[in-house]
Design a protein around this ligand. Sequence first.
Ligand SMILES: [Zn+2]
Length: 183
Amino acid sequence: MQCPFCRVDDDRVVDSRSGDDGSTIRRRRECLSCKRRFTTYERIEENPLRVVKKDGRRVPYEREKLRRGIEKACWNLAISAEQIDQVVAAVEGEAFEKFDREMPSNFLGELIMRELRKLNHVAYIRFASVYKEFKDVSEFMDVLEEFLKGRGKESQAEIVKHLANQVKLDNAKKPPNGGKPNV
Ligand SMILES: [Zn+2]
């Protein structure tokens, strides 16, 4: 912290205490250059991270919303709550490191897709199909093709079979809100 008297940025904290309502911390500091003392206050950032939507609207970042989107993509699959937590943590870790005030919603979407792709191909395709808002089957096929690239013939056939079964399952038993991710 830069000293308000001599402007040197070199101090030590001599005392820290919580404000009356617990929302601030007051620190008494001593400048190591001029030895004078000054006070700083620390409080929770009042302007938290915002997500910039495609249409330019800004909405507060909500972990619950992110998690719900991922849960919907993972619905009815063999994916544990702990694995979903790990996806949330990986996405947040990278997003928070890169942005501190505003972040584009598509950055979050791409991160989620990357993590789901590692986790489960059905969850990945489901999330991608809603997130990318495919206009027609060919767009969907492009993503599917890209996803299958580099995998052996057997594993490709396995994935396609699994996806086909999943579509049947999904149609038979829709989640309450139609399974749309909220990102
Ligand atoms: Zn000073």
